[in-house]
Design a protein around this ligand. Structure first.
Ligand code: ZN
Length: 307
């Protein structure tokens, strides 16, 4: 019994927006992709998926689920109405801190720095200048340039380097403060104002849930779970569950989505004790529900299908 899951992030009319260079899915492409998926697969509801996992309810052949990561306003403004029009439902995974605390995730700040920069050479130079100002020496910079893996399915090597440096290579304090500086320079909006523009609200999530959409755990601070201690993992997962309970998400038989696809054996052990029944990864492929661990479900990216 196979399941094809599709992962989405930004879905909006990008070309006409203030950020025409944003890496994301053009709304018209999303609409065409739904046509394609509906003609090729049976898109099942989160409710049906959970009934399969909990009670063994049968799934149709070529079952497919739609998953939307990171709690973007795009999902309320564009995805939700389009799914409603088609009588479809999907899974939505907002990081709690972004919605509840209006805290702009560094990963999103980085996306919009990249979207606001016309030229990767200048951006790379600005990153180097900021690193030097923060106390790095040229030999250390060269060591990063030589050691950071810049292979990526979608981005140019310079872009991947900037992303990786700001996402995880630099010491935590340094990468947060450099991201903030570059965000102010390139995007020019205060992070708090930008949050209002970027993320859904709790009320919007409630409205989506009332219409059959599933809202699940994506940790509190959108962390790589495999890079923090077991205690910290537990805290991230519990804080997110607390937030989701305030929205009315049941505290048993719930669904997880690992930020950046990061998890380890500790994560799985914690999730089993917390009543989690399924976890979406970023490992590319179809899931075999008869044999795969439901806490480690493969997903395709939207870019793997016609748009
Ligand atoms: Zn995410």
């Amino acid at each position: 019994m196979t399941l094809t899951s599709v992962m989405y992030h930004y879905v909006r009319p990008i070309a006409k927006s203030r950020f025409p260079n944003l890496k994301g899915l053009e709304l018209s492409g999303f609409v065409r992709q739904l046509d394609y998926l509906q003609s090729t697969y049976n898109i099942i509801s989160p409710e049906h998926f959970l009934a399969h996992l909990i009670n063994g309810e049968r799934l149709p052949d070529r079952a497919c689920t739609l998953t939307f990561d990171d709690g973007y306003r795009d999902h309320f403004d564009f995805v939700f109405p389009e799914l409603m029009r088609r009588n479809l439902t999907g899974f939505f995974f907002p990081p709690a801190c972004a919605i509840r605390d209006k805290s702009l995730l560094d990963v999103n700040a980085i996306h919009f720095i990249l979207a606001s920069s016309d030229d990767q050479t200048t951006l790379l130079r600005d990153l180097k200048t900021e690193c030097m100002a923060a106390g790095m020496n040229p030999a250390q910079w060269d060591a990063y340039r030589n050691s950071v893996n810049v292979e990526n399915r979608y981005d140019a090597p310079e872009i991947t380097f900037v992303k990786r440096m700001l996402q995880r290579e630099l010491p935590h304090q340094m990468r947060s403060s450099i991201t903030k500086t570059l965000f102010e320079k390139y995007v020019g909006i205060t992070p708090t104002d930008f949050c209002t523009e970027l993320y859904v609200t709790s009320d919007e999530l409630r409205e989506m849930m009332a219409n059959g959409m599933y809202v699940g755990n994506h940790t509190y601070n959108h962390v790589w779970l495999n890079s923090v201690s077991k205690n910290e993992q537990k805290q991230e997962l519990e804080l997110s569950q607390d937030y989701l309970s305030s929205l009315g998400v049941p505290s048993d038989n719930w669904v997880m989505c690992y930020p950046y696809g990061g998890y380890n054996a500790d994560t799985l052990a914690i999730l089993r004790t917390m009543g989690c029944v399924a976890g979406f990864t970023v490992k590319v492929g179809t899931a075999n529900l008869a044999t795969d661990d439901p806490l480690q479900i493969n997903r395709f990216d939207t870019n793997d299908f016609p748009q």
